[in-house]
Write a protein that binds this ligand. Structure first.
Ligand code: ADP
Length: 494
């Protein structure tokens, strides 16, 4: 089957969050399962930092935008050795993908509408079996395939749209979508009715796609509710016959404590097969902790576990709870490192002030950077990993933490509820329990979960050892979930 993914992120070369990891892991697994897979991304200026080996003969093609035709160049380069990614360079006077950002430009709707139309013009001569779109940024492709001209050219193509986070919807004026060549009449047919010239691009994608998925079964239920659907719940309920949740996985090559090039000391759950005992494996893991403790000038204290958080600093992630826990290290006897960045200048400034406040604290550090290498070092160094999200479509950080033997402490929501099972209270078999879970997003419940984790780490080493083993043995590779996507593709195509 020929599958083309259209996306705005790809790890590690163009990464803001989990979407980038998903694109890497899912496409690598689909290739491994024998499919013809390619990925198309904008050629962002920031890619220059990644020294990609572009094909020497790029292809030029024309695409339409706002009444004119523009030249584009399609560059192909393998990413992470084996995944063919096509990067579309737009020769448009507005330099849509210049600068240092993936999202957050004032003209984001125009940037991604231009990209979508260019993608469709590029693929028109060689349409795939499956066009898999990700989030509002690429959803306009589904709308374009409803146009008479493209409907004929893409007659055999089926469109799948995955919603990675329904909070981001792409609010647009009709005028912006018309720039792609869609007429008002066509837009009215797709959206059924348009109120005061406003369109929500993700909604159009949901209505126009052949199938829609989201990134965990629990979140698939949550987005159908008033609270979780962020205004799109009725649209999704009407489309429930073509909608389901497929749990995200992680790329087990990119995230592997046994070979990770970013970490100081390698270790793996198969320690017995290489002649180690559990305590030797833990010593190797701990070498990463001491390296980090030294790097950030924390007190080296073997009586305190290290709890970390790696996150975008936005409301969704529970920033008040993250902030709260930084002040609790003395009370519960642990150390804490937060790695994060915020797109909101006010939140950023607030955390800069906090980071100064803790600059010389023996147990706490706040690092306000987006740094892949440091994230890997932190997962390897951590004893515990906190995810206090208000809502969480899937969440990948808890899955990575599990693989690195850092015990997740999570709020029970979305994909966190599907992947972390409380060691004390879950109804699951003991072997399937892998972390600590609290129900409500408040500091009392979070503190209680952190306290239970610290108590177990400190006083019940045997139970902690079992927990670490359960965590590291969880299989969150893409194998099963990519298989679920293939079943969806096959049902659509045959
Ligand atoms: P989301 O996509 O909502 O941001 P996910 O949990 O799905 O959250 O994925 C987050 C991804 O981004 C993980 O790979 C995590 O390690 C990474 N990440 C988040 N913040 C940072 C940061 N400041 N530096 C490096 N990596 C980060």
């Amino acid at each position: 089957m020929k599958i083309v993914h259209i996306a705005s992120e790809f790890a590690p070369i163009a990464k803001v969050g989990g979407l980038a990891d998903v694109m890497l892991g899912l496409s690598r697994e689909l290739i491994r399962q024998g499919h013809d897979v390619s990925v198309i991304l904008p050629k962002y200026e920031l890619l220059k930092k990644s020294a990609l080996a572009f094909d020497e003969e790029p292809k030029e093609f024309q695409s339409y935008f706002d009444g004119k035709w523009y030249t584009n160049t399609a560059w192909i380069a393998p990413v992470e050795k084996s995944i063919p990614v096509t990067f579309i360079e737009a020769h448009h006077p507005e330099n849509f993908f210049s600068g240092d950002c993936i999202y957050g430009a004032a003209n984001d709707v125009d940037r991604f509408c231009y990209f979508c139309r260019a993608v469709i013009d590029y693929l028109a001569n060689d349409p795939p079996d499956i066009l898999h779109l990700h989030d509002w940024e690429t959803a306009t492709c589904a709308l374009l395939l409803r146009q008479e001209e493209f409907r004929k050219k893409f007659a055999k193509t089926k469109v799948v749209l995955t919603i990675h986070n329904i909070a981001y919807q792409g609010h647009s004026d009709v005028m912006h979508l018309e720039k792609t060549g869609l007429t008002r009449k066509e837009l009215e047919e797709i959206f059924e009715h348009i109120i005061v010239d406003k369109c929500v691009i993700l909604k159009g994608g949901i209505l126009a796609a052949d199938f829609i998925t989201t990134v965990s079964p629990t979140y698939a239920g949550e987005v159908l509710t008033h609270e979780g659907g962020k205004g799109l719940e009725a649209t999704l309920r009407a489309c429930s016959y073509k909608f389901c949740g497929v749990l995200n996985g992680i790329d087990t090559i990119f995230w592997d404590p046994g070979t990770d090039p970013y970490i100081d000391s390698h270790y793996c759950v198969d320690f017995q097969s290489i002649g180690y005992e559990f305590h030797q494996m833990i010593q190797k893991k701990q070498a990463n902790k001491w390296a980090l403790v030294e790097k950030f000038g924390l007190q080296k204290d073997p009586t305190k576990p290290l709890l970390t958080m790696i996150s975008r600093l936005v409301f969704q992630k529970g920033i008040d709870l993250m902030k709260h826990i930084l002040f609790e290290t003395h009370k519960f006897h642990f150390q804490c490192i937060l790695l994060g960045t915020s797109p909101d200048p006010q939140v950023h400034t607030h955390f800069v002030e906090l980071s100064h406040q803790f600059a010389h604290h023996p147990d706490v550090r706040i690092i306000l950077q987006q740094e892949e290498a440091l994230a890997h070092k932190l997962y390897a160094a951590s004893d515990m990993f906190l995810v206090p999200s208000i809502f969480e479509p899937c969440g990948l950080t808890q899955l990575i933490a599990l693989r690195y033997g850092a015990i997740p402490i999570v709020r029970k929501t979305g994909g966190l509820a599907d992947t972390v099972f409380d060691v004390d209270f879950s109804a699951k078999l003991f072997e399937e329990r892998n972390g600590y879970v609290f129900d409500h997003a408040n500091s009392e419940e979070m503190d209680a979960a952190v306290h239970r984790a610290v108590q177990c780490w400190t006083h019940d080493k045997r139970r902690w050892k079992q927990l670490v083993l359960h965590a590291m043995q969880c299989d969150h590779s893409w194998k099963r979930s990519a298989g679920e996507y293939v079943q969806i593709y096959e049902r659509l195509c045959f």
